[in-house]
Design a protein around this ligand. Structure first.
Ligand SMILES: Nc1ncnc2c1ncn2[C@@H]1O[C@H](COP(=O)(O)OP(=O)(O)O)[C@@H](O)[C@H]1O
Ligand SMILES: [Mg+2]
Length: 252
């Protein structure tokens, strides 16, 4: 049975969870055009509280524009926020715009909606999986072993190493994105609308892949989707967001 959160909090209590989001709020500042353009503050997240345990799949649903991706960016440390984020009880970075190496790759990685846009079509699959390991200065033997293992894990034949992105289907590209995100062994994968651009049957296969990865790797997943059916299929707990809050009126 899926547990659905109907208040602005999804706190589990107990020992330190993998991720704790506490009273996180944020606003975007935009300026209208022109010399005397007015500065406008647009509040997005409103005191969000959330825990994700090690190895848990947590669903975040809600209509487009409610703030789901903004919460993901706060968790990744990409943008500023008020409030606190803890990783296994340790306070996470609060400033946005950090350099890649200052973010916690061992803890969290993300896959996005459009796998085509995040992979250059001329790149070889083997290289895309290996690149994060090269950046993190892993030894060549380890890199080659991990790339082979990861292809199998994400359901691609090892011969795909030499293929180029442009030769793959949408579902296969998303498998490559997932493999690339997991190659540094994060504890949490954020999947932001990761099946929304795919055909229904292909999306269902990717949902099953998330479930397999969760079971075989003990991976925790923050599954963000406006598709409530998909979230209910995959997740143990779901929060529904509306206007930057977990929606107190949702009782689906
Ligand atoms: N960089 C930005 N600057 C200004 N406003 C933004 C920015 N990114 C998102 N927003 C606004 O913040 C709100 C939440 O956006 P987002 O988190 O992307 O929603 P969701 O992922 O739930 O569709 C929307 O109203 C959106 O227009
Ligand atoms: Mg979004």
């Amino acid at each position: 049975m899926t547990e659905l959160f109907t208040h602005n909090t999804a706190i589990t209590g107990g020992a330190d969870p993998l991720l704790s989001v506490r009273n996180v709020s944020n606003s975007y500042i935009s300026r209208s055009f022109g010399l005397f353009g007015k500065k406008e503050i647009k509040p997005v997240l409103d005191n969000v509280n959330l825990d994700i345990a090690e190895g848990e799949i947590f669903g975040l649903s809600g209509e487009s524009g409610c703030g789901k991706s903004t919460l993901a960016r706060c968790i990744l440390g990409l943008i500023d926020y008020e409030g606190e984020i803890f990783w296994s009880g340790q306070k996470g970075p609060q400033q946005g715009g950090q350099k890649q190496e200052q973010r916690p790759p061992a803890l969290v990685q993300m896959v996005f909606q459009d796998p085509g846009a995040s992979l250059s079509p001329s790149k070889k699959i083997g290289w895309l999986l290996e690149e994060p390991l090269v950046i993190h200065k892993r030894a060549p033997e380890e890199r080659s072993r991990k790339v082979d293992e990861m292809l199998v894990r994400v359901g691609l034949d090892p011969s795909y190493k030499t293929r180029r992105v442009g030769e793959l289907s949408g579902g296969q590209k998303q498998r490559v994105c997932i493999g690339r995100s997991l190659i540094l062994e994060p504890k949490l994968l954020i999947a932001d609308e990761a099946i929304s651009a795919l055909d229904v049957s292909v999306g269902a296969q990717i949902l099953n892949l998330f479930r397999e990865l969760h079971e075989s790797l003990g991976l925790a997943i923050l599954f963000i989707s406006h598709n409530m059916d998909a979230a209910e299929y995959l997740c143990d707990r779901i929060a529904v967001m509306k206007n930057g809050k977990f929606n107190p009126f949702s009782n689906k």
